[in-house]
Design a protein around this ligand. Structure first.
Ligand code: PEP
Ligand code: MG
Length: 585
């Protein structure tokens, strides 16, 4: 198909925040700019009453949003709005605002703005992108209270199917618009991890964010094409552009149908080699989606994410309930529960500041230094294992010593539970992540010590190539087909299997369709990928000859440059899998 010239003057570039393509007329959603007045109040009692009324009204609106969100996205994802509701219930904040109204005798809208802006400034000063983007959520609450103080109503109803174009979207806007079957979102501001982007992905509504000037270039009613796969927006498209994208939509619909048909089919190559495909999940609500997409169980449960990104460690009972529910839901398949992998770019308690967090107090190191936290989790996992479909996995392991110490704690927990007459799986499988070069070198020894190994390429590549996985300046150097990376992966697989361990991969590389023939050819037993990638991966495997994949792997492993490897893989696709590459991703 002819390629589109992205330098065309009617094309705007942004961030591809939620996949999908839409062609529709634009609806310019201009939020009324709130003018915040300052002034004296004579009757502070009445002013406080007005504030309370505005807060109640805001809660009412948010509860409505929360209900719709729960229906559309599940309880866990809707928790964003629950968190906003909790801020409205925060007695410290509300009492502080009331106190200031009473002592300063100024208009409530001024005090609300001043007080909540202070919160936001603190969040904006943070180095973490996450905190900065959460400050947008607080902005939503602030504007909501002020709008209700000014007794203005929100306009979020649209009548026809349109693409909403706006400067920035709040998660609540995203939910409310979705009720009117909006076809897509385009914004001037916002990033990939903003909640509005996350909500769009959950709702499966295409979104392109961070275009800078969409609202000044697009007018109400303009015909627009948006491509949420590539972050492209086309204003007033010409006939060539329209037919290019209509064609894509048609193919996409056809492709989705084909993928859905794969759901119950195994991931087996044309010459009979089966690869077990499991799903990685960060929140328990993803399980249904994972099952819908035909996964054979959960290959990685990131427990540090499951409990709301962890502000504090959950207790044994809370963890038991979550693991038990999940194990029952996924039965008879397995769930591999990874012990808390805190540290690095994830939460670390005790307010620890480290110069190199990725090389610091992470994963198993933290857990062994905090045996009470580790044991609480192990006990919860054991208690939930009665159906014998749970396995435990340790993160960031670098030495055999760490495995032995973990096993000793596992034994302690088993002995305790036996004494307490609590049932559990006596043979609970134990495995480790191989995500550090030292563990890769010792794969055979580890394999003798545990039941399974899971290759975590996200960390393994960063440590092997000394390239920070989250630093966009060096992102070009983060290369999954670097000869050292593929040879290391191959060594892990071969040595792991020699040590009689089941070898799987759960890093992002396992979900990269281009990498599949090579990974299968190197002999991986299983892949664990994000649920949405499962059908794509299955499709490649079902059209692959294992013998040819082995040949490909053999050749690539003898190469010494990235370019040689990538060119060989491209050639493999054009010779063997031309039908399986698609234009959408
Ligand atoms: C990995 O490192 O590849 C992995 C799966 O773990 P995480 O992305 O949680 O660090
Ligand atoms: Mg990791």
């Amino acid at each position: 198909m002819k390629k589109l010239n992205v330098a065309d003057s009617n094309i705007l570039n942004g961030i591809a925040a939620a996949p999908g393509i839409a062609i529709a007329h634009a609806y310019l959603y201009e939020k009324e700019k709130l003018e915040i007045k300052d002034g004296a109040v004579t009757d502070t009692k009445e002013a406080v009453e007005n504030l309370k009324e505005a807060i109640e009204r805001s809660k009412y609106e948010l509860r409505k949003v929360f209900t719709i969100a729960t229906e559309k996205m599940g309880k866990n994802r809707a928790a964003i709005f629950e968190a906003q509701l909790m801020i409205l219930d925060d007695p410290v904040l509300i009492e502080q605002i009331i106190r200031r109204i009473e002592t300063e005798k100024r208009l409530p809208e001024f005090i609300v703005n001043d007080e909540i802006t202070r919160y936001q400034e603190l969040m904006n000063a943070s180095d973490e992108l996450y905190m900065k983007e959460r400050s947008q959520d607080i902005e939503d609450i602030k504007n909501r209270i002020i709008r209700n103080l000014q007794k203005k109503r929100l306009q979020s109803k649209i009548t026809s199917q349109v693409i909403v174009v706006t400067s920035s979207l709040t998660p609540a806007d995203t939910i409310l618009f979705s009720k009117s079957n909006v076809k897509g979102y385009i914004t001037d501001f916002g990033g990939l991890t903003s909640h509005a982007a996350i909500v769009s992905r959950s709702l499966k509504i295409p979104a392109v964010v961070g275009t800078h000037d969409a609202t000044s270039r697009i007018e109400n009613g303009d015909l627009v094409i948006m491509d949420g796969f590539h972050g492209i927006v086309i204003l007033k498209p010409d006939e060539t552009q329209l037919s290019f994208y209509r064609n894509k939509i048609e193919k996409l619909t056809q492709f989705d149908k084909e993928l859905a048909e794969l759901k119950d089919k195994p991931a087996v190559t044309l010459d009979g080699k089966e690869i077990v495909i499991r799903g990685n999940i960060d929140i328990t609500d993803e399980v249904d989606f994972l099952v819908q997409n035909g996964a054979k169980g959960i290959g990685l449960l990131r427990t540090e994410q499951v409990f709301g990104g962890l502000d504090t460690f959950p207790g044994e009972d809370e963890q038991f309930v979550a693991y038990h529910e999940l194990a029952e839901k996924i039965y008879p398949e397995y769930v591999i529960i990874r012990a808390f992998d805190v540290g690095g770019d994830k939460f670390l308690p005790h307010d620890v500041k480290e110069p190199n967090p990725f090389l610091g107090w992470r994963g198993i190191r933290f857990l062994l230094d905090n045996p009470e936290i580790f044991k609480t989790q192990i006990r919860a996992i054991l208690r939930a294992s009665i159906h014998k479909n749970i396995k435990l996995m340790l993160p960031m392991v670098v030495s055999l010593e760490e495995v032995k110490r973990s096993k000793a704690l596992l034994k302690e927990c088993k002995d305790e539970l036996r004494k307490e007459k609590i049932k559990f799986d006596q043979h609970l499988n134990l495995g480790i992540m191989i995500e550090v070069p030292s563990a890769a070198v010792l794969a055979k020894e580890f394999a003798n010590e545990v039941d399974f190994l899971s290759i975590g390429t996200n960390d393994l590549i960063q440590f092997l190539l000394a390239v920070d996985r989250g630093n966009e300046i060096v992102s070009m150097l983060y290369q999954e087909f670097h000869p050292a990376v593929i040879r290391t992966i191959n060594q892990i697989i071969k040595n792991g299997q020699r040590g009689h361990a089941f070898v799987s991969m759960c890093g992002e590389m396992a979900g990269d369709t281009i990498a599949i023939p090579l990974l299968v050819g190197m002999g991986l037993d299983s892949l664990s990928v994000s649920p949405s990638s499962i059908p794509y991966i299955k499709r490649i495997i079902r059209n692959l000859h294992f013998s040819k994949a082995q040949e490909l792997a053999g050749e690539c492993l003898g190469m010494s440059s990235l370019q040689e490897v990538t060119e060989r893989i491209e050639k493999f696709f054009s010779e063997n899998l031309i039908q399986q590459t698609n234009n959408f991703m």
